[in-house]
Design a protein around this ligand. Structure first.
Ligand code: DP6
Length: 364
């Protein structure tokens, strides 16, 4: 499919007003997206676990304009509420998103929207809400498009939702479906695309069923590097080409592992990816260190615990200091005890969030 396949078709219905509500989860990348081209095209393919508990819930209310001429802001008209209260600082991001998706959803200009959004995780937790937020909003927009075009297939509905979410925030396209999603062209993943996320096409080994992700909140501060600045660092990066090739290689390797259930190989790929992401930031110009001393303390404790117990836990990181601890469901009790006894002290105010692999966006 190409971009032009996502331009909305002539509508067979009309709708004056109404509302939809969707929740969409966050996701955690195993092979990381870091670096992009024009129009939100990733520099390399990535793969993630969709999460279950960390999510955004967004209600989209819409009313058709009687007089379109009075609409400013490039023709888009919307109010934004966060946890029920107006939130002006979120509006520019939504405005930009609407502008990016306008050619695919021209009907957006026919309505005034009230976007009412909230997260199940604390706003200042250092957990990015852009993936779950853009995914939830895209699902609502697709519900409206489906109301205008009821013949739309289920497959197209979800593909276009992921396509739109990508234009809001790259990783958001992996938050539409579960439980494992690939985004970006990859020779060995059938149907993979730079334009949207696809469900991992093979059966996943039972070792990964209900895989756990406990998110240790090391630093809840504002992001030191915005994702736009971060991805830009890969332009003219001395190791960029090798890194992009490595991501293709790691995706092949993890594809095999997700099917055969080899947890040692899983751990090696996932931890290497996390450290490579941070190595890219440390070796770009300007350079950044996004880990905190407690991030390293936690990593060392995880390695020690794994060596002593042979329990297959590992860590991954996003572009920040928080640590995602990944482990199979059958060692949950032991790992949670270990976290409570040895890792909580490294978390800001002792805070952490228990999550697990999930199934994607849900209509409410
Ligand atoms: C480190 O999806 O936040 O989490 O496309 O600019 O919105 P934009 O970037 P974003 O980048 C996420 C980067 C990452 C790795 C990943 O999730 O694959």
């Amino acid at each position: 499919m190409s971009e032009k396949d996502f331009i909305s078709k002539p509508f067979s219905s009309t709708i004056e007003n109404g509302s939809f509500q969707w929740s969409a989860p966050s996701n955690i990348a195993l092979v990381k997206y870091w670096g992009k081209k024009e129009n939100q095209i990733p520099a390399n393919p990535s793969i993630s676990f969709t999460l279950n508990n960390c999510k955004t819930i967004t209600k989209l209310a819409f009313a058709k304009h009687i007089d379109k001429l009075s609409v400013t802001n490039n023709g888009f008209s919307f109010d934004l509420l966060f946890e029920g209260k107006p939130k002006e600082d979120f509006k520019p991001k939504i405005q930009k998103f609407f502008e990016r998706i306008e050619i695919y959803c021209p009907f957006l200009k026919d309505y005034h929207f009230t976007i009412d959004t909230e997260n199940t995780f604390p706003h200042s937790s250092g957990i990015a809400s852009s993936a779950s937020g853009m995914a939830a909003l895209s699902m609502n927009i697709m519900s409206l498009e489906k109301a205008l075009n009821p013949n739309m297939t289920e497959e197209y509905f979800y593909k276009k939702a992921s396509f739109l979410a990508r234009l809001g925030s790259g990783s958001a396209c992996r938050s539409i479906k579960g439980s494992v999603v690939v985004w970006g062209n990859h020779a060995e993943i059938n149907g993979s695309s730079d334009l949207f996320g696809v469900e991992f096409p093979s059966n996943i080994h039972p070792n990964f069923k209900n895989y756990q992700d406990t998110i240790l909140l090391v630093d809840k501060g504002e992001k030191q590097v915005s994702s736009t600045v971060g991805h830009d660092l890969m332009h003219n990066h001395p190791f960029a080409e090798q890194r992009f090739a490595q991501a293709h290689h790691n995706l092949s390797a993890i594809k095999t592992v997700l099917v055969n259930g080899n947890l040692d190989s899983f751990i090696e790929i996932v931890e290497s990816e996390a450290l490579t992401l941070h190595a890219m930031m440390m070796t770009s110009l300007p350079y950044f260190i996004l880990m905190k001393p407690n991030t390293l303390e936690i990593i060392n404790k995880i390695w020690k615990f794994r060596n002593q117990t042979n329990i297959p836990i590992c860590f991954t990181l996003d572009a920040g200091a928080n640590v995602h601890v990944l482990y199979p469901e059958n060692v949950r009790e032991e790992v949670l005890q270990f976290i409570a006894a040895e890792l909580v002290g490294y978390c800001q105010n002792g805070n952490y969030i228990c999550d697990e692999i999930g199934t994607g966006a849900i209509k409410i």
